[in-house]
Design a protein around this ligand. Structure first.
Ligand SMILES: Nc1ncnc2c1ncn2[C@@H]1O[C@H](COP(=O)(O)OP(=O)(O)OP(=O)(O)O)[C@@H](O)[C@H]1O
Ligand SMILES: [Mg+2]
Length: 512
């Protein structure tokens, strides 16, 4: 009996020792919240002795003035102890507290039931763990996450990530705009839907290829993507595989829309080629003008003396025929010289204000006699609005006639010629389009057709001055000539002129 008592004493002491040596501050409470024991760690931490704690309730301690002992409000509605009593299950709660130096600390309090028998819960053990370091880390992590999220969302480049199955797990605003999908429906889309067939696999192969950049990284590459509307867009992309423990976990890619860059590039190339063309034509023009001047004088003598001779010869003279050929060819040379002088802008434009539609009508009238008209269907697609331009009407007539004759030549007598006029109110430009259904200009000739003397026509048929002269005249009149389209279905030449604003009634009265 005595020995049993000793054993019990020893066991009780031993339990107290265990309780005291727990490294977490710990309390034992009754279900009525009375504290029956507090371990050494608890007393040390709260700088209290047992008598200050034992016999009091946890609520008393909550309202203790020593704020470092406890400083959180404990409401019945959300009392973990009550929950434990109701559910008989362990409960935990994380609470914010203020330590004696006024620093914020976080505590996790775990409540476990003890002595559960048919009478129910007899005691509750509460252990308190300082989780301030974990909480601070969590906050730091969530701050960094928030920052990364903001950086990703505010990026002007489209950013996207997909899991191993290719399902989208991240899509920023720029990617939404680029692809036309919203991040909300992203989880229903697979990465393969964003590329033309086979491209996604090809990108993955490149990503895994150690010979292309670093393994798992794809250097800047140009590809086409497909938007929700099915439009293909050229983009520049970089991509990377995200590894976790050496295994592929996800892929991420950054996209930049290339449409604007390519449009600027194209415009730059066009401007460069136009500058080159203008320079080439300017130097050729100076040469042509020099040659034309030199030839003009001897040509005038040839024509003068040749005609005098022709007048003197008897009508049946055997040399009369030969002389007529000489004079005909000399006349042709005179026309060439005249065109050369026009092309090299030796003649000043005499500008006047006129209706663009009238120019089309007059040019057609001037070539009406040509037998070329025979099997050609002419469509006049003229703007209802009377577009005004301020230019040299005769020169422009010359341009239009040359272009119409070129079109007829290309159609070899049969086809459709469409003459269209229109304007762009925003840019203040007036346009004439000359479209034929002829053979088209082969790509290798495109850069040459505006060069003087470039012709594909047989000797004696074309001098190759028509387009170069047209180019010179359009520039002189502050306009432009360009090939809008060409191919086996025909050619469309575009003439552009500044539109003359309608200023006053006087203008209307004086225009032709
Ligand atoms: N509408 C067109 N369709 C197809 N080819 C064209 C057209 N217009 C011009 N070309 C090509 O451009 C070349 C140059 O044209 P350009 O008007 O300068 O000279 P040309 O017509 O050959 O001779 P010219 O006009 O001096 O009588 C033509 O020989 C032809 O090959
Ligand atoms: Mg021509």
């Amino acid at each position: 009996m005595m020995q049993n008592k000793d054993n019990e004493m020893n066991q009780a002491e031993w339990r107290l020792k265990v309780f005291d040596s727990l490294s977490y501050p710990t309390l034992i409470l009754k279900p009525d919240r009375t504290i029956v024991a507090a371990n050494r760690k608890f007393l040390e931490k709260n700088k209290a002795c047992g008598t200050q704690i034992i016999g009091r309730t946890c609520k008393d301690i909550c309202s203790d003035t020593q704020r470092h002992i406890n400083h959180f409000s404990c409401s019945d509605a959300d009392c973990p102890l009550q929950r434990l009593i109701d559910t008989k299950q362990p409960q935990s709660v994380v609470l914010k507290n203020i330590d004696e130096n006024g620093n914020e600390i976080w505590e996790e309090r775990v409540f476990s039931p003890i002595c559960v028998d048919e009478e129910g819960i007899k005691y509750i053990i509460e252990s308190i763990r300082d989780v301030t370091a974990v909480k601070n880390l969590e906050k730091k992590y969530s701050d960094v996450r928030e920052l990364i999220d903001k950086v990703v969302q505010s990026s002007v480049s489209g950013i996207m990530a997909a899991d191993r199955k290719g399902e989208i797990i991240l899509m920023n605003k720029a990617a939404e705009d680029l692809f036309g999908y919203s991040a909300r429906d992203a989880n229903r889309i697979n990465i393969e839907d964003f590329y033309p067939s086979g491209v996604a696999r090809h990108i993955m192969r490149k990503l895994r290829d150690e010979n292309i950049g670093e393994k798992g990284k794809l250097p800047s590459t140009q590809v086409n993507i497909i938007t929700r509307e099915g439009v293909e867009i050229p983009v520049e992309m970089t991509a990377a595989i995200i590894y976790e423990d050496g295994r592929e976990a996800a892929t991420a890619a950054i996209f930049n829309d290339l449409r604007e860059k390519q449009a600027v590039q194209k415009k730059l190339e066009e401007t460069e080629s136009q500058l080159f063309q203008s320079e080439k034509l300017a130097s050729l023009g100076r040469l042509a003008a020099g040659v034309a001047h030199e030839i003009n004088n001897p040509l005038t003598s040839i024509l003068l003396y040749g005609n005098l001779m022709k007048e003197k010869l008897e009508p049946d003279h055997p040399l009369l025929n030969n002389l007529s050929y000489v004079l005909e060819d000399a006349e042709r040379c005179k026309d060439i010289v005249k065109n050369l002088l026009a092309y090299s802008r030796q003649t000043r434009p005499a500008k006047d204000v006129f209706f663009l539609n009238n120019l089309v009508g007059e040019s057609l009238r001037l070539i009406r006699d040509q037998k070329l008209f025979m099997n050609v269907n002419i469509i006049k697609n003229l703007d209802d609005y009377q577009i005004l331009v301020n230019a040299d009407k005769n020169q422009l007539c010359q341009v239009l006639i040359n272009l119409i004759i070129n079109a007829f030549d290309a159609m070899e007598g049969s086809g459709t010629l469409t003459l269209t006029t229109y304007r762009d109110r925003k840019t203040g430009k007036a346009y004439i389009e000359i479209a034929d259904t002829g053979s088209g200009i082969p790509p290798e000739n495109l850069s040459k057709v505006f060069d003087p003397f470039f012709t594909t026509k047989e000797v004696g048929k074309g001098t190759g001055l028509g387009l170069s002269m047209a180019y010179g005249i359009m520039e002189e009149n502050h306009g432009r000539i360009s090939i809008k389209s060409t191919g086996p279905e025909g050619t469309t030449i575009l003439l552009e002129l500044p539109e003359e604003p309608v200023s006053n009634e006087f203008h209307f009265m004086s225009i032709g």
